[in-house]
Ligand binder design. Structure first.
Ligand SMILES: Nc1ncnc2c1ncn2[C@@H]1O[C@H](COP(=O)(O)OP(=O)(O)OP(=O)(O)O)[C@@H](O)[C@H]1O
Ligand SMILES: [Mg+2]
Length: 248
């Protein structure tokens, strides 16, 4: 595989990063709908979704036998598979690829699990550099409130219980997330991440994201719109429809 760097393909790659509950999936789903409505061909790839590692991950998690290095290697395998099958081909074809979490998730989580910082960066050398990488910055209390509301149980690895920081899952989760935030913050300058204020209301963040990617859409192929401009839903309508759907 080629080494990490700016790709020369005609497509664009936009990715979202941030701690659990920072609002990444919410924003990327809205962005996807908007791009499709604008006539772009959009592909979507999600962290840890490759069928290649599914069985191994699930068995390893169930038996709590994943060391930080094994965990890291499994994620890198997942990512390599998706890079080759889900990311590079659409970029070559001139499409837009959206990724929910990217290599920075590995850099933040694996290092929070005490994996060597340089080693994990080396491991992902083959990754395609995103056209724009958004980092959703949010106070820990806000993201915790968002995801812990209505949840009774945190999973073993999700809570970082493998690190032995605390035997209480919620306390362990907080300490683990704090370490992850520390890594993300250090990466803002290292990888020129675009920081989003993730405590803002959903529509406001979405408007800003669209504005920020707009300049990068120049020259990207798109289909002719099906509807006349007058009938086409405005961004605000799309957002409110989406919010409505989420509320139900
Ligand atoms: N700006 C916001 N203000 C208030 N609530 C929000 C905001 N953005 C998202 N949420 C809510 O917070 C919860 C988590 O959002 P979302 O699933 O998008 O986060 P995430 O970053 O993808 O989390 P994870 O990393 O766990 O997948 C959802 O219930 C969502 O509706
Ligand atoms: Mg998500």
């Amino acid at each position: 595989m080629e080494t990490y760097g700016l790709h020369q393909y005609p497509g664009r790659l936009f990715i979202v990063e941030g701690v659990d509950g920072s609002g990444k999936s919410t924003q990327i789903a809205l962005l996807r709908q908007w791009l499709i409505s604008e006539g772009y061909t959009v592909f979507f790839s999600e962290w840890n979704s490759s069928p290649l590692v599914k069985k191994t991950t699930s068995r390893g998690k169930k038996q709590q036998m994943l060391s930080p290095t094994t965990f890291s290697l499994i994620h890198a395998t997942d990512f390599a598979d998706r890079t080759e099958h889900d990311i590079i081909p659409p970029l070559k074809a001139g499409a837009i690829v959206l990724a929910d979490r990217y290599i920075y998730t590995a850099f933040a989580r694996d290092v929070a699990r005490c994996v060597d910082r340089e080693w994990v960066r080396e491991l992902y050398q083959f990754a395609v550099k995103p056209t724009k990488a958004f980092y959703f910055r949010v106070p820990l209390e806000t993201s915790l409130n968002r995801i812990l509301t209505g949840r009774t149980e945190l999973k073993y690895y999700e809570a970082g219980l493998d690190l032995g920081l605390s035997t209480d899952p919620q306390e362990s989760f907080k300490l683990f997330q704090q370490r992850i935030i520390h890594e993300y913050e250090a990466m803002v300058d290292e990888f020129q991440l675009t920081v989003m204020d993730a405590s803002l209301p959903i529509p406001e963040q979405q408007r800003l994201m669209r504005r920020l990617i707009q300049p990068h859409l120049e020259g990207v192929q798109r289909r002719r719109k099906q509807l006349s401009h007058k009938n086409w839903p405005q961004p605000a309508t799309i957002i409110s429809t989406e919010l409505h759907a989420k509320e139900r």
